[in-house]
Design a protein around this ligand. Structure first.
Ligand code: SF4
Ligand code: SF4
Length: 247
């Protein structure tokens, strides 16, 4: 496989994230290779649950699915390593209230900044959808600004016990992790898709011959993912964010 310069940097970031993870967790070498894009036999297995289409990596040579379960409270690595915390308009309403602001403009001025980034998602094995998103982001530390966009920073709302002080009003994107989602227009209807973020920051991935163990998680997350994706669409319609799609 030949990587472009930008892709090489991304692979280096994932590799060092996995090295960090390996200090505490045992990472299966196959799982590591999947994160690093080294497996050539990955197929996109799709399964629709409720109103969400999941894209699950399937390793055809070994007949194994890449699955996930959360290891919290033993792990809170995502709260130490999130690259950004984009906010939906619903998040803005709930978090500003949670933090005691009586006006949203002062919350936005003190606690957020605007950032732009690219999301690349495989809608099937042959096509890629690149979405450029511009959204308001919750500051993970008081001094955070645009220059920190995409860089791992330990979140100020994580307490010494590994719990989130905004819970249950934490940003929708925190509920979503380690999934990411996108919406597509299919026959003039909005269709919601999701897959795993493979950034090397989550030790919860494992391999399995079947989907039995993850099915309750997929059912539970279908509501979270659907609502989050619709909230992002509403946020953009309301002018709190912008999305450009390149097929
Ligand atoms: S990094 Fe993964 S396993 Fe750890 S708390 Fe986050 S989602 Fe759970
Ligand atoms: S807001 Fe809460 S859940 Fe989200 S990264 Fe911060 S501590 Fe973690």
């Amino acid at each position: 496989m030949v990587f472009s310069h930008g892709e090489e940097e991304k692979v280096d970031d994932v590799s060092s994230a996995l090295d960090d993870l390996s200090k505490k967790w045992e990472i299966d070498p196959i799982v590591r290779d999947v994160h690093l894009g080294k497996r050539m036999d990955i197929q996109d297995y799709t399964i629709r649950i409720n109103k969400v289409t999941y894209h699950i990596p399937f390793l055809s040579k070994s007949s194994l699915f890449l699955l996930w379960d959360c290891l919290w409270p033993d792990c809170h690595n995502c709260c130490d390593k999130q690259g950004r915390l984009p906010l939906t308009s619903r998040d803005i309403a709930t978090i500003s209230k949670h933090l005691g602001y009586d006006s949203q403009p002062s919350f936005l001025r003190n606690e957020t900044y605007v950032a732009t980034w690219d999301n690349e998602s495989a809608s099937d094995s042959n096509s890629h959808v690149i979405t450029t998103l511009t959204m308001l982001n919750l500051k993970r530390r008081k001094s955070e600004n645009e220059a920190d966009n995409g860089h791992p920073i330990s979140c100020r709302f994580l307490n010494e016990c590994g719990a989130c002080q905004l819970h249950p009003n934490k940003p929708g994107v925190c509920w979503l992790y380690p999934f990411f989602s996108w919406s597509q227009n299919e026959k003039n209807l909005v269709s919601v898709h999701t897959s795993f973020q493979l950034t090397g920051d989550c030790p919860g991935f494992y391999l399995s011959k079947n989907l039995d163990d993850i099915m309750p998680i997929l059912v539970k997350y279908s509501e979270i993912i659907y609502n989050y994706t619709m909230n992002v669409n509403t946020t953009i319609r309301e002018g709190f964010g912008k999305i450009d799609v390149i097929n």
